[in-house]
Design a protein. Structure first.
Length: 249
């Protein structure tokens, strides 16, 4: 998140994953800088215990705002366009991950000391529900997905379909309660592989590319959301809501 903020501030524009923000937006440049500053401050704030709770709640609200204001209208306007759903669902995954972290921060400790499972379950359901449509995009855009597979890995099209199926299976497993812990862990591990095998090498190959850095930071945030969702399934106690109030188990 801090990395996306830096890119936004350096470019004087909204983060590329928020695009397209209409050019007609009043004071667009000022809002873009404010967005970048919030992402940078929120990302850095999450790294310190004293500020983590406020930072993650602020980022949760910010991501939810983008989901409603930017992504939802695009889906409503073109409901049969998988590309619109992909953007909506990726932002949903980020929002759900931030929501889950908000629950952990409200407990002031790790998963084992949390209380209020109902709030955490809402985040997990949102996370899991977004995965099948992300997986479907691997089928719809199989050529583009296959082109991202590193050259040294054979059978690019096979892996495009395989990873798409993985997203779908993980979402279904978490929603239906079928090996849901394994599903969440394997989903997070798969996204981690994307970061290591696709996006870090992409940045190394084109270190001046804003697009490559954006894809790396977004994939890293998606990975973190995945591990947060997985961690929530190993909590020994219920967890609180983002406000700190305990919910019903």
């Amino acid at each position: 998140m801090a990395g996306l903020g830096v890119l936004s501030l350096l470019s004087g524009d909204f983060a590329m994953n928020w695009q397209p923000v209409p050019d007609s937006l009043p004071h667009r440049a000022a809002f873009a800088y404010a967005s970048g500053a919030l992402l940078l401050a929120g990302g850095l704030g999450m790294c310190f215990r004293r500020t983590a709770a406020v930072a993650v709640r602020s980022l949760t609200a910010f991501l939810f705002l983008w989901l409603l204001v930017l992504q939802l209208p695009r889906v409503a306007a073109r409901p049969l366009d998988e590309g619109m759903w992909l953007g909506f669902c990726e932002t949903t995954v980020l929002t759900a991950g931030a929501w889950i972290l908000s629950c952990f921060c409200a407990a002031g400790s790790g998963p084992g000391s949390a209380d209020g499972e109902a709030w955490m379950r809402a985040g997990r359901v949102a996370f899991a529900a977004a995965l099948p449509l992300i997986g479907l995009s691997h089928y719809v855009y199989v050529g583009a997905t296959a082109s991202m597979v590193p050259a040294w890995i054979p059978a690019h099209v096979f892996f495009a379909y395989l990873t798409g199926t993985g997203h779908i299976a993980a979402g279904a497993g978490m929603l239906l309660g079928i090996l849901r812990r394994a599903a969440a862990v394997l989903e997070a591990a798969m996204i981690s592989c994307f970061v290591l095998l696709l996006h870090i090498p992409g940045v190394c190959a084109a270190p001046a590319s804003r697009l490559q850095w954006t894809m790396l930071f977004v994939a890293t945030a998606l990975m973190a959301a995945g591990w947060s969702a997985a961690a929530s399934l190993f909590a020994d106690k219920p967890v609180p809501g983002p406000s700190g109030a305990a919910g019903a188990a």
